[in-house]
Design a protein around this ligand. Structure first.
Ligand code: ATP
Ligand code: MG
Length: 260
């Protein structure tokens, strides 16, 4: 069976909130859609996920209903629990009621991800920054972990702690993305400083020129930045970096500039 698995799974996480994980997840999904890869976004920011909202997709079934239906033996087709954004991007939403988050049994999340492995080219999992049981489970389960960090002392220091824990327990399937795009004026530390604080490499960077001024308008319209008109031309350098991240994390190889 293992040979039939076609997905690569990527966990987008951080040790601080508000570093741009969810917008980055959507942008990466947009990149995969552009290169005609089927991508599933699973919103496992269970108490405050925004993916379905940002895609402007109303829904009745979330990961909570999905796991309840598996538990009660009334689960039907996987597709009936998935929101379709376009021909390539699907999404499983987080629970509408945050109180349902704690009722979700990780065994069913595990089963859902295992099923998705056979249906999609890429699975992107958006999380929150808590070291909760679900996030620890995901760090073990998922092929690639992407830590999103900002140029911010507290953010970098908290990431250093987690990265050193991961190193100690032998988890090394992680990459670090320095996201300068949502905080364009934060530039106190040089790249040398940042690597020094993290005690880790910075694998990818999104620059402050990728700060999207009208992002709120795009979000309200349910638009994904990387699928908007002319984006590759206007934000050439960062679009190339995003393309490179997509290729690199799915081991498709790329010599495109943008990787640090
Ligand atoms: N490239 C960008 N340009 C402009 N604003 C951005 C960009 N990326 C993210 N933002 C804004 O930064 C804020 C935080 O982004 P986002 O919600 O993606 O962070 P997060 O890490 O997922 O947060 P949380 O930890 O709360 O889930 C949002 O208001 C978002 O609109
Ligand atoms: Mg988020």
């Amino acid at each position: 069976m293992a040979s039939l698995r076609k997905s690569k799974s990527i966990l987008i996480t951080s040790t601080k909130g508000g570093v741009g994980k969810s917008i980055f997840t959507l942008n990466l999904a947009g990149i995969f859609s552009t290169i005609e890869k089927k991508v599933l976004i699973i919103d496992l920011d269970l108490t405050s996920g925004i993916i379905a909202m940002a895609l402007n997709k109303p829904y009745n079934k979330s990961i909570y209903e999905m796991s309840e239906d598996i538990k009660n033996n009334v689960f039907d087709e996987f597709e009936n629990y998935v929101l379709k954004y376009n021909n390539y991007i699907d999404c499983i939403a987080c629970p509408k009621d945050p109180r349902d988050a704690s009722k979700i049994d990780l065994r069913y999340v595990d089963m859902i991800i295992n099923q998705a492995y056979f249906k999609y080219d890429v699975i992107l999992i958006d999380t929150n920054h808590n070291l909760s049981p679900i996030n620890l489970f995901l760090m073990d389960k998922i092929d690639e972990i992407l830590f999103v960090v900002n140029n911010d002392p507290l953010n970098l220091k908290s990431n250093r702690s987690l990265i050193s824990i991961l190193n100690n327990i032998g988890i090394n399937n992680y990459h670090v993305l320095l996201n300068n795009s949502n905080n364009p004026y934060k530039d106190y530390f040089s790249m040398y400083d940042i690597k020094n604080i993290l005690q880790a490499n910075v694998d990818y960077t999104l620059s402050n020129t990728f700060y999207i001024e009208n992002i709120d308008k795009l979000i309200m319209a349910g638009d994904i930045v990387t699928l908007s008109n002319d984006i590759a031309r206007i934000y050439n350098k960062d679009y190339t970096s995003l393309m490179n991240i997509a290729m690199d994390l799915t081991n498709q190889g790329s010599d495109i500039d943008g990787k640090k």
